[in-house]
Write a protein that binds this ligand. Structure first.
Ligand code: SF4
Ligand code: SF4
Ligand code: FES
Length: 200
């Protein structure tokens, strides 16, 4: 077992665990959006940042991808962590302003509006990639992917056309933290599959 401290309390973790996994074992709350235990972590949203402190230095790390090691000192609620968390919520409110889920979560952490420009007020996808990862890693199909680049980046079936590859299992809808996939899934499934799913 590996021993280290979270918020000055000694904790133990197995080798290979992340800081987030350990914190959850001990009931310590760290907000996450792009993390799900069923798929590999990507560290996309950075909301799970925590501070690592030693005598002469400190740094912020994404707890969902940071592996534990002996003797580290992790802090989950320092001023630096709270500042970066608020900043990330503001970024999210500008990237996916129509997501009720993100708004509610941001409110819980004291963020009600964003200072960043809003490109599309109807956008609810934060491009976290959970939907594509669950389709590939759990369902084993890769029916959807991240398409285009930069501001045009989006999630969907190749060429944004309905695809027979999708079996309408709904895993991507369930895992989506912003509820964006619910309105997109009908453009992913082929009509045949959609009818099958409705008949089931
Ligand atoms: S649709 Fe949902 S799960 Fe997929 S990238 Fe967007 S926010 Fe993430
Ligand atoms: S509903 Fe389709 S796109 Fe979504 S996870 Fe299932 S197979 Fe993949
Ligand atoms: S939850 Fe860790 S980066 Fe998104």
């Amino acid at each position: 077992m590996i021993k280290f401290k979270i918020n000055d309390k000694e904790v133990q973790a197995r080798s290979g665990w992340t800081v987030l996994e350990t914190a959850r074992q001990y009931g310590i709350e760290i907000p996450t959006l792009c993390f799900h235990e069923s798929v590999a972590s990507s560290g996309a949203c950075r909301l799970c940042m925590v501070e690592l402190r030693e005598e002469n230095w400190s740094k912020l790390v994404a707890s969902c991808i940071y592996p534990v090691s002996e003797g580290i000192n992790v802090y989950t609620e320092t001023e630096r962590v709270q500042n970066v968390r608020r900043w990330i919520f503001e970024m999210l409110l500008s990237e996916c302003p129509s997501s009720k889920e993100v708004k509610e979560m941001a409110k819980k952490y004291g963020v009600f509006k964003t200072r960043f420009p809003v490109q599309n007020p109807n956008e609810s996808c934060m491009l976290c990639g959970l939907c594509t990862r669950v389709c590939e890693e759990v369902v084993g199909l890769s029916a959807i992917a991240t398409l285009d680049r930069g501001v045009h980046k989006k999630v969907g079936a190749p060429f944004l056309r309905p695809t027979e590859v999708c079996v309408a299992c709904g895993c991507c809808v369930t895992i989506c933290p912003t509820n964006a996939m619910r309105s997109r899934i009908d453009s992913v499934r082929s009509n045949t599959k959609m009818q099958l799913a409705k008949a089931a």
